[in-house]
Design a protein around this ligand. Sequence first.
Ligand SMILES: Cc1cc2nc3c(=O)[nH]c(=O)nc-3n(C[C@H](O)[C@H](O)[C@H](O)COP(=O)(O)OP(=O)(O)OC[C@H]3O[C@@H](n4cnc5c(N)ncnc54)[C@H](O)[C@@H]3O)c2cc1C
Length: 414
Amino acid sequence: MRYTDIAIIGGGLSGSTAAAMLGRAGISAVLIDPHERYPADFRVEKLSGHVQVERFLKTGIGESVLRRATFAGENWIARFGRLLDKAPSRQFNILYDSLVNAVRDEIPTAVERICAKAITVETSPERQRVTLSNDETVSARLVVLANGLNVGLRHQLGIARNIISACHSISIGFDVAPAGRNSFDFPALTYFSERPSDRIPYITLFPVGSRMRANLFVYRGFDDPWLRELRRAPAETLNAALPRLKRITGTFDISSELKIRPVDLYVNDASGLPGVALVGDAFATSCPAAGTGCDKVFTDVERLCNVYIPQWLASDGMDADKIAAFYADPVKRACDEWAAAKAFAFRSVSLGTSPYWTAQRWARFIAWSVQGLARPLGGVLNIEPNFLGHSSSSSSSSSSSSSSISSSSLSSSA
Ligand SMILES: Cc1cc2nc3c(=O)[nH]c(=O)nc-3n(C[C@H](O)[C@H](O)[C@H](O)COP(=O)(O)OP(=O)(O)OC[C@H]3O[C@@H](n4cnc5c(N)ncnc54)[C@H](O)[C@@H]3O)c2cc1C
């Protein structure tokens, strides 16, 4: 039996960030995950926007992790084959395994890493007992459950799942390469759907190292024949859905396999359970098209590790009332509510055919066009595409694409 204060189950973005923060705070913790290094997986590939980056920086590890990303200081916004704006951006592009492994590199050696799966968790208001796949047992005052989408422990612990929206959106990731030339003209690009009937909110293209990644989002059922067509003939299907995209990108090839991931929106309810706190996707999922998953991860972990765990360890016991304070935290609740609202608003503005949503789409189109025209005059309007998951900075003088990350791109004033 190993004894610790905090047993973190799951070493994805949430669990690894928690391990790094607790280790740096001198709190006794172990991190349990089956993989020594996080394997390749299609999840978030871009941390972007002032708010999301600031949330990461609050964990204390953001700065060194973001230095491993490819920075894009300008994002082109386009629709109907027209370039609307060359917006300053704060995009840090990095594949998910590189991101998580960079976070894991920030975990102090004092945090023990156990390469195994947690099989069962027995909870009590005093100590928790975690049984592992390697037959070891860990005794902890608190379990931080950061096991993402995994269902086994949820069932074993009797945690109820409330599905808010099944297959809310589907994310598709792939590489693109310019055809017959060396590079694309844009540093990064967000291209919005041409018609609501395409059920595509947008496609975003962004550099990761020497690759140009594409994330395409669609609102369709997972058994939709359109997805079968996309798998069979990716370039043709994409071109048919967004025929004027190539006016901005030039001709390109799809140069990797497609990763296709549907996402259900759900919230897990562990209130009433002593000794366990849920964070990240283990608590609730978010819509990738709205780009808020990492806001939730960083907010959960920052509040838990900076505010609640030090308080809880200062007194005896770990009953459900203590843990309830974390779920009721106003900063966490505001972030969860904002992410949920954005998931539905973004879907409505992309698909809605009523006069209201049609007007909303045109209002955004006009706002970006005006902003793009005003930018050379000083960018004074600074209308933020705030439903996009990445917002522009207030500076009108952007650097164009760059793979090196300067201090100013990380500082809060950038
Ligand atoms: C396709 C896609 C695109 C996305 N795009 C964006 C985006 O653009 N912007 C954004 O902000 N968010 C995005 N997100 C959301 C974001 O990626 C997630 O919210 C985030 O990765 C969740 O991290 P996590 O640590 O909670 O879960 P995970 O990364 O899933 O980590 C869970 C960990 O738990 C481990 N584990 C599971 N079971 C056990 C067990 N029994 N014992 C021990 N370990 C276990 C797993 O091995 C894994 O390491 C996207 C998500 C998807 C799916």
